[in-house]
Design a protein around this ligand. Structure first.
Ligand code: 13P
Length: 266
């Protein structure tokens, strides 16, 4: 049984003050709803895991606000080298130093700016080696979908990202299937369609690393997830949670999404 994971990707939003306030509010909202959040990756039946990924500049402030709580901290990107002359970049040891457990890698908004499969592979490997849990984003663009290339694109991205990863590291990793056309558009994949692609992703991992690893890896859906549509996604057998953009910026809405995932995990 995989414990559901609900992840917030704030993208380029919120200052330090806003992040601290959000952290306090999220903990209050979760307590008011009596949601049982596990501090580890694998919780008891009925529990849910939660991670919030703010911009680098708000990691310390949000980390302080969440300290002592089971809500984990994550970053949105990192460099593959652990230090060096890389102006403007951030390394895995720096993220660990700020208390990060997770790091989003290969988000389509970064791929759109030129990040390649090869760079994503290096980052995933570096994150795993440093002890960070990568949340690897994959997903097809609208023109690829129209051309019937969803399967080949997603399979290529998963194979590239997991190449050279050992089974233990891969089993701890998270994959987020985010169809690019569903991000920030209000348009989402149907839960059945997302489940089908996620099944294909799990089969790809099984083919590369064996069925035990494939059964352990958590695979999320992302793309216009809101409190009113999370339920049917969580009801699908292959979908282990959600990577939430816009709706995660509001602590109440994000707590609503977490609560619904928890209800589904019970
Ligand atoms: P939205 O939830 O705003 O569609 O964003 C999804 C996303 O990109 C999360 O990484």
């Amino acid at each position: 049984m995989r414990t559901p994971l609900i992840a917030a990707n704030w993208k380029m939003y919120k200052t330090t003050g806003e992040a601290a306030q959000y952290g306090r509010e999220l903990l209050e909202e979760l307590a008011a709803r009596r949601v049982s959040v596990t501090a580890g990756e694998q919780g008891q039946p009925g529990q849910v895991a939660v991670v919030v990924c703010p911009p680098f500049t708000a990691l310390a402030a949000l980390g302080s606000a969440l300290r002592g709580s089971p809500v984990a901290l994550g970053a949105q990107n990192m460099h593959w080298e652990s230090s060096g002359a890389y102006t403007g970049e951030i390394a895995a040891p720096m993220l660990l130093d700020l208390g990060c457990r997770y790091v989003i890698l290969g988000h389509s908004e970064r791929r759109q700016m030129g990040e390649t499969d090869e760079q994503v592979r290096r980052k995933v490997q570096a994150a795993a080696a440093a002890g960070l849990i990568p949340i690897v984003c994959v997903g097809e663009r609208i023109e690829e979908r129209r051309a019937g290339q969803t399967e080949s694109v997603v399979t290529r991205q998963v194979r590239a990202a997991f190449q050279n990863l050992d089974a233990a590291a891969a089993g701890r990793a998270v994959i987020a299937y985010e169809p690019v056309w569903a991000i920030g558009t209000g348009e989402h994949a149907s839960p059945e369609e997302a489940n089908r692609v996620i099944r294909l992703i799990r089969d790809t991992v099984a083919d590369m690393l064996g069925s035990e690893t494939a059964a352990a890896v958590r695979i999320l859906y992302g793309g216009s997830v809101k409190p009113d549509n999370i339920g049917p996604f969580m009801a699908q057998p292959e979908i282990d949670g959600a990577l939430v953009g816009g709706a995660s910026l509001d602590a109440k809405a994000f707590a609503d999404i977490i609560q619904q995932a928890e209800v589904n995990a019970a």
